[in-house]
Design a protein around this ligand. Structure first.
Ligand code: AGP
Length: 607
């Protein structure tokens, strides 16, 4: 997820662009750049690292141009570097582009353009847009943009600056956000309102499939075919800080609600013709044939994702899997060698324990695959292969969208291994992929029932202890739900394999003890109900969680949260969402610091 900004008007552009990018730094900050039109020429300045480096790069005698575009990057295709930083331009520097999203068919377009003699300098998908503009331009800038939009596939919010249209910016969006700011004889375009709130509170919120031409005189919104679109002016009431949270009270709630988009983005370009395609993983058949064991190593929430990964890889790829807490892994002399695949999961890609485990695994000859959310992170650079989650920056300490996209990474890896090893028939793989494609919309369906969970949360305000129980994959998610509750509401929550309660923990269940019982896994459903009845017999207050349409659970519990029906193997991606919302609203009700809970840090870079 990157931040883009554009300006045209009566003020010098660069200070407005840089200030706007600083407000968007939460969307990504591994590199940044601006491009302005100065005396008929495009002038580009870029820097690596945080925005302060761009300030230094620009210095004091920057261009006094009144028109320009800017970008702060969260790398997806192409590691963080000066050459990969946006804006990108064509061979003759007649067109400059900033872009947020993923151009899914960029490789085939890039090959075709190279065939035509275009010279590329970066590893990014975005640079293709600039060369496509050069290739399509025949005297009409808007027309060239429309031709490009008809050629590309994927998600994008893009802004074009060109010396071929010196008095205008052209922008377009599909699946990535974009707003247009309406000032007094000056206009702005940006990824979101945060970037322009200092200059105007009047905006157009662009919709998917809309293109806009912005001049110093005004804004013209059309669809991609040029048909005018009427837009209502939206008067922004938020303050700047609220705007960074997209209008949500906390980053955590914003990130919980970003999960449908994050899940969609993470599968983009990886499901082709009913098969999983992992371009970043170049495990050959021969190498895979050598693998006879898998370890999944991580910490905290990432470790909980690994618990789910174990079941999926064993069930689909028929490989034995051990899941290790990273801080334990290297001190137990793990039995790994060149026949072992080690999967390290880390949102930040900088967790010291996980990094140490990765290095230990490599020292022992294992093949290491990383699942991480940060391009250019240490874990991503030191692993042999990487599966990036495209969740965008996760600011809240409590991990939410990173976890669900890590689960998606486990599904993709499990299917990939099964494909290569031939352990799943193609019909089964197709069935799983069909179910996976429905998950983003199903996640949204759960988010739409937020008010029910907010109501349930009120009954936890004075709770001191809570239990999360489940069997099989429900138990793995119960572990994550328990951690969410602990780390942001400070309630002492414990997760237990439901069948294990009677071996001790049941002694703690008394009248009104809250128990959240996950009951989605069909093969152990009846056993789970028996465990629910065990706690009900001790007068516990039970909140059940199961598939919509299953009316039996309601007979055994006090409340039921329903999730859309899916395959049991994919259920964890959905069942965790109500638990995230529950812990969030309990934390708010108890007056805790949701985004920055006590004693914790977002990335634990010390052992
Ligand atoms: C999750 O809510 C926690 N903040 C924490 O457990 C986190 O998952 C853990 O520290 C691992 O971080 P990583 O994914 O960045 O390696």
């Amino acid at each position: 997820m990157c931040g883009i900004v554009g300006y045209i008007g009566k003020q010098v552009a660069i200070p407005i662009l840089v200030n706007g990018l600083k407000k968007l730094e939460y969307r990504g900050y591994d590199s940044a750049g601006v491009a302005v039109l100065d005396h008929g020429k495009i002038v580009v300045s870029k820097s690596v690292g945080k925005l302060v480096a761009l300030d230094e790069e620009l210095g004091a005698d920057y261009s006094q141009s009144y028109i320009g575009i800017g970008h702060t990057r969260w790398a997806t295709h192409g590691r963080p570097s000066h050459v990969n930083a946006h804006p990108h331009h064509d061979c003759n520097q007649d067109f400059a582009v900033v872009h947020n999203g993923i151009i899914e068919n960029y490789l085939e377009l890039k090959d075709a353009l190279i065939e035509k003699g275009h010279n590329f300098v970066s590893e990014t998908d975005t640079e293709v847009l600039a060369h496509l503009l050069e290739d399509c331009y025949d005297g009409d800038l808007e027309g060239a943009v429309r031709k490009v939009l008809a050629t590309i596939r994927g998600s994008y919010a893009m802004v074009v600056l060109s010396c071929k249209g010196p008095d205008k910016l052209v922008a377009a969006r599909k699946d990535s956000p974009m707003v247009v700011g309406l000032g007094d004889e000056e206009f702005f375009v940006a990824s979101d309102i945060t970037a322009i709130l200092n200059y105007t509170r009047k905006v157009y919120i662009l919709d998917d499939g809309e293109m806009v031409v912005i001049t110093g005189e005004g804004v013209n919104v059309t669809d991609f075919q040029g048909t005018p679109r009427a837009k209502e002016v939206y008067d922004v009431k938020w303050d700047a800080v609220a705007a960074e949270k997209g209008g949500y009270e906390h980053f955590m709630l914003k990130e919980i609600n970003e999960q449908p988009h994050a899940l969609q983005a993470t599968m983009l370009g990886r499901l082709k013709n009913e098969k999983v395609v992992l371009e970043e993983v170049d495990l050959t058949l021969e190498q895979l044939a050598q693998i006879n064991k898998v370890y999944i190593v991580a910490c905290g929430t990432a470790w909980h994702a690994g618990l789910v990964g174990k079941t999926l890889i064993e069930r689909w790829a028929h490989l034995p899997v051990e899941v290790d807490i990273a801080s334990e892994f290297r001190y137990r002399s793990p039995l790994i060698d060149e026949h072992t695949l080690v999967v390290v999961i880390s949102q930040s890609g900088e967790t010291a324990d996980t990094l140490a485990a990765l290095r230990e695994a490599k020292n022992r000859g294992a093949r290491v695959v990383a699942v991480t959310n940060v391009v250019g992170s240490t874990v991503s650079r030191e692993a042999h292969d990487v599966i990036f989650t495209w969740a965008g920056p996760e600011i809240a300490v409590a991990s939410t969208k990173a976890y669900t996209t890590q689960l998606e990474g486990m599904v993709l890896l499990g299917l990939y291994l099964a494909q290569v090893k031939g352990t799943l028939p193609s019909e089964k793989i197709g069935e799983i992929i069909t179910a996976l494609k429905k998950i983003p919309a199903q996640a949204q369906e759960i988010l739409d029932q937020e008010s029910l969970i907010k109501e349930l949360a009120k009954s936890f305000v004075d709770v001191e202890d809570a239990f999360f129980i489940g069997r099989s994959l429900d138990w793995a998610v119960a572990m994550e739900g328990s951690l969410k509750m602990k780390e942001i509401s400070y309630i002492h929550a414990e997760a237990y394999a439901a069948g294990e309660l009677k071996h001790g923990t049941l002694a703690l269940i008394t009248e009104n003890t809250p128990v959240i019982a996950l009951a989605t896994q069909r093969d152990v459903y009846d056993k789970t109900i028996s465990n629910v009845k065990e706690v009900k017999a001790r007068d516990a207050r039970v909140i059940g969680l199961t598939y919509k349409g299953n009316t039996s659970l309601a007979k055994s519990v006090d409340h039921v949260i329903y999730i859309p029906e899916t395959m049991d193997e994919l259920a964890p991606i959905l069942t965790v969402i109500p638990l995230q919302l529950l812990s969030y609203y309990v934390s708010v009700a108890r007056g805790c610091d949701v985004d920055k809970p006590r004693n914790l840090a977002k990335s634990v870079t010390v052992e």
